[in-house]
Design a protein around this ligand. Structure first.
Ligand code: PHE
Length: 347
């Protein structure tokens, strides 16, 4: 402890402090410096105490100087502390910066493969001048069967295992079924618009199936109907070949053979030539059943108020679900409704 502090000594202490102060740039050293210069560890307290013992002249000279020294360094330390804190904060803001306007790599969802193919098919057909039609899934027996030339008790009703809707409460649901086919839209559209008509109708259909890898109680069909003057089977063939070639992005071959559906005459089965690679890596091909089709039965036209003398038409109905499974090589129909991410992420 210096015996008697002198102005000289004070000036030197100040100089010394200035030199030290300039090299301080962190809070820890600033704290130490402040404590040693104006705080508890400094000589300032003693120096003020010594003032009392000094003569008046020296007291007059030294007193204000001591006070000035104290003020100067208290102020300097406070300012420096603020500067360092601000610098630290700015540094932190820079590194922690969150740009809320920036897009971040969120995991995007995708359309279900069924919807993707459905939309593709809708595009293909609208390109050919078709309209997209829709209709109820809870349907009257009349629209689903009778009007399509499948009268009650006709054995053809057994071709489709049907869910009957028996509501005792809702009178409008009496004699209703979950539609077994999209062919109900043929009737509805012709009744609504008359002829000529050119539509496809994608949608859900229901059958009382035991669910396994290739059967589900609900699946998707796409109905097609063209009614106009001078429509023939070759229009049907060309339309399906165009659609299939677009879906599979390569030329697809189609074969037509006789089949039976009560609402078409002649009734046809459409097969497609399916090329695949077998287990041994050999390129193979075979005919695969693709859909039911035919020329619209005159009774169906009549039931829909269309004159069979003037108009003819073709109709087809294929399984969209099955087409999607073929396109992507999906072997279990149940995956499509499974909501499994590992499955869906592939599309
Ligand atoms: N509706 C028939 C079925 O579901 C398919 C079909 C549609 C057949 C149109 C002929 C004409 O099996």
């Amino acid at each position: 402890m210096p015996e008697n502090v002198t102005p000289q000594q004070l000036a030197e202490t100040h100089e010394q402090a200035l030199r030290e102060f300039n090299s301080i740039n962190d809070l820890e050293s600033l704290k130490t410096f402040a404590s040693e210069t104006v705080g508890k560890k400094s000589n300032l307290g003693n120096w003020f105490a010594q003032l009392k013992t000094l003569d008046v002249e020296t007291k007059k000279e030294l007193g204000p100087k001591l006070q000035a020294f104290k003020n100067y360094w208290e102020q300097a330390c406070m300012t420096a502390q603020q500067e360092i804190e601000t610098a630290i904060l700015n540094e932190k803001l820079k590194s922690d910066f969150i740009d809320v306007s920036q897009s971040y790599p969120a995991r995007k969802g995708a359309m279900h493969p069924l919807s993707q193919v459905q939309r593709h098919i809708e595009k293909i057909f609208t390109g050919m001048g078709f309209e997209i039609a829709d209709g109820p899934e809870v349907e009257t027996e009349w629209h689903n069967f009778d009007a399509l030339n499948v009268p009650e008790n006709h054995p053809a009703r057994d071709m489709q295992d049907t869910f009957f809707v028996n509501s005792t409460k809702d009178e409008s649901l009496k004699n209703s079924v979950l539609r077994t086919q999209t062919s109900n839209i043929q009737i509805r559209k012709m009744l609504e618009k008359g002829a000529p008509v050119r539509i496809i109708a994608p949608g859900r259909v229901y059958r009382n199936e035991d669910v396994d890898a290739t059967h589900d109680a609900m699946f998707y069909q796409v109905e097609g109907l063209v009614v106009d003057e001078n429509i023939s089977v070759s229009h049907l063939k060309g339309t399906l070949e165009t659609m299939l070639s677009a879906v599979f992005a390569k030329t697809m071959k189609v074969r037509i053979r006789p089949g039976y559906f009560p609402f078409v005459e002649p009734g046809l089965e459409v097969d497609i030539w399916w090329e695949y690679t077998d287990k041994n890596g050999n390129e193979k091909g075979r005919w695969l059943e693709f859909c039911g089709a035919g020329m619209v039965h005159p009774n169906v036209l009549r039931n829909s108020n269309v004159d069979p003398e003037k108009y003819s038409g073709f109709a087809f109905g294929f399984g969209l679900t099955r087409l999607v499974m073929m396109k992507y090589g999906i072997e279990d129909i149940r995956l499509l409704a499974s909501n499994k991410r590992e499955f869906l992420q592939q599309f």
